[in-house]
Structures are given as structure tokens and as C-alpha cells.
Write a new protein. Structure first.
Length: 250
């Protein structure tokens, strides 16, 4: 499917992986709408790229549907990068894992992905097939924590594992509508989640990656999004983007 001229929605597009994706799609000629809960950053980036912005909390299905409507008729590309992290053990000296943060992580990462998936897919079902017989492509974001969850990643791994689990059935559900669904599972990437760490800590994390021995660049994630959109045989797949990293227990 061609990026040039396509309408695209990037949820969680104000920073990190989402911002890089918005830049890549815009550079490819797409008509991009950035949706994010951070209105200040989102508006600033939208102004820089000369694209649209709409405030959107992915935990609210109504706001997601409004963002899809803001993208306009003929939405063909949807990417969800909205997500949060949390670190807490299943149980410890302070008692069991707190309920509220577990629910919150699932609400943003898993339910948020579901809200974006359902709303964008419904919009794409109204599209006429393009020259490649396609009506849309949806890319969700998981994590290698879905497979290699570390100590303290109970909530995060569960939420990302759920995104992985949705990928194939969603692709099968939407195949008759000529809509593809893929998920990217990034490893250690240089995003705002790691930005607060000291430089030496970030360097040590990057050194764990077999090759290249560094943190991933958001632009590399965005490049894979573009390839998924453009490659019609990529469907129902979860792609690890991690430099062959397999996370240790801690």
C-alpha cells in the first residue's frame, strides 16, 4: 500500500516511537493526524510537520473514535504507540502487587490498543480497495517483554502479551475487508521511558544488545512501520525489533 497520499493516524504520536512514525509517514507523503494525551508536545510537533493534531486519551473509546473522525474519510494507515510502564513485583516485603497500577497499565497498553484497533478498523471497512486490493493497514506496538518479561514487569508484560495475542485473530477477522494487522515488539529503544536514566545506565543497557550493541533509534521503529504498510504480505505477524536481544530475569 502506498504511503504517499494516504490518510494516517498515529496514536501516541507526540513523542518517542510515535513521533518518529509521524515524521516518517509525513516524509513519505501521508496526510497525518497525531493523536496524543500530551496536547503541548503534540501541537508543537504537528506545527513542525504541518500536520493535524487531536488530543486523545486511548483509554477512552469515545476520544479514540473522535480522533479517527478527525483523521477524515478514507483512513488507510493507523499506528498505535501509546503506552506506559510500571515496575512492581508480584508480591514482596510490602505485600502483594498493588491492584490500581496493574489495572492502569492494562487500561492504557491493552485496552487502549483495542480501542484504536476497533475504531480504525471500522473506519477502514468503508474504504474502496486501492490498486493493490488493500483497504488499510494497522500497526500495534507490543514489547519483547511480552516474551521475556523481567522481574517487576508483571503488569507491563501482561499488557503487551495481550497485544501480541490480539494480532492474529484481528488480522483474520479483517482479512475479508482487505485490512492488514501487524504488531511490532521493540526491544530497548531510546525513548522517553529511558530518557530519565543516567547516560552510563543507558549505555549499559544498550551494551546488552548482541548487535548492534546500542539502544534502538525511534527512526528504526518508524522504518519498520513504513515497510509493513508497503509490504502486502506482512499480515497477522508480530515482529521483534530487538537486535537479537533476549532479556535476562533482571
Amino acid at each position: 500500500m502506498l504511503i504517499e497520499g494516504a490518510r494516517a493516524l498515529v496514536c501516541g504520536g507526540a513523542s518517542g516511537l510515535g513521533a518518529a512514525t509521524a515524521r516518517r509517514l509525513r516524509a513519505g507523503g501521508a496526510h497525518v493526524i497525531i493523536a496524543d494525551v500530551d496536547a503541548e508536545r503534540g501541537t508543537e510537533l504537528a506545527r513542525e510537520l504541518n500536520v493535524g493534531f487531536t488530543r486523545c486519551d486511548v483509554t477512552d473509546p469515545g476520544q479514540v473514535e473522535a480522533a479517527v473522525a478527525a483523521a477524515g474519510t478514507g483512513l488507510r494507515i493507523a499506528v498505535n504507540c501509546a503506552g506506559i510502564g510500571w515496575a512492581e513485583r508480584t508480591a514482596g516485603k510490602d505485600g502483594p502487587h498493588r491492584v490500581e497500577p496493574f489495572h492502569k497499565v492494562l487500561e492504557v497498553n491493552l485496552l487502549g490498543s483495542f480501542h484504536v484497533l476497533r475504531a480504525t478498523a471500522a473506519a477502514m471497512l468503508g474504504n474502496e480497495p486501492d490498486e493493490g486490493d488493500e483497504c488499510g493497514a494497522i500497526v500495534m506496538t507490543a514489547s519483547i517483554a511480552a516474551y521475556d518479561g523481567q522481574i517487576g514487569q508483571l503488569a507491563y508484560s501482561a499488557s503487551k502479551g495481550g497485544v501480541v495475542g490480539m494480532t492474529l485473530p484481528a488480522a483474520r477477522d479483517l482479512a475479508r475487508g482487505r485490512i492488514r494487522v501487524c504488531t511490532i515488539a521493540p526491544g530497548l529503544f531510546d525513548t522517553p521511558l529511558l530518557a530519565g536514566l543516567p547516560d552510563e545506565t543507558r549505555a549499559a543497557l544498550g551494551a546488552q544488545v548482541p548487535h548492534p550493541a546500542r539502544l534502538g533509534a525511534p527512526a528504526e521503529y518508524a522504518a519498520l512501520v513504513a515497510h509493513i504498510v508497503e509490504n502486502p504480505m506482512l499480515n497477522g505477524e508480530v515482529i521483534r525489533l530487538d537486535g537479537a536481544l533476549r532479556m535476562p530475569p533482571r
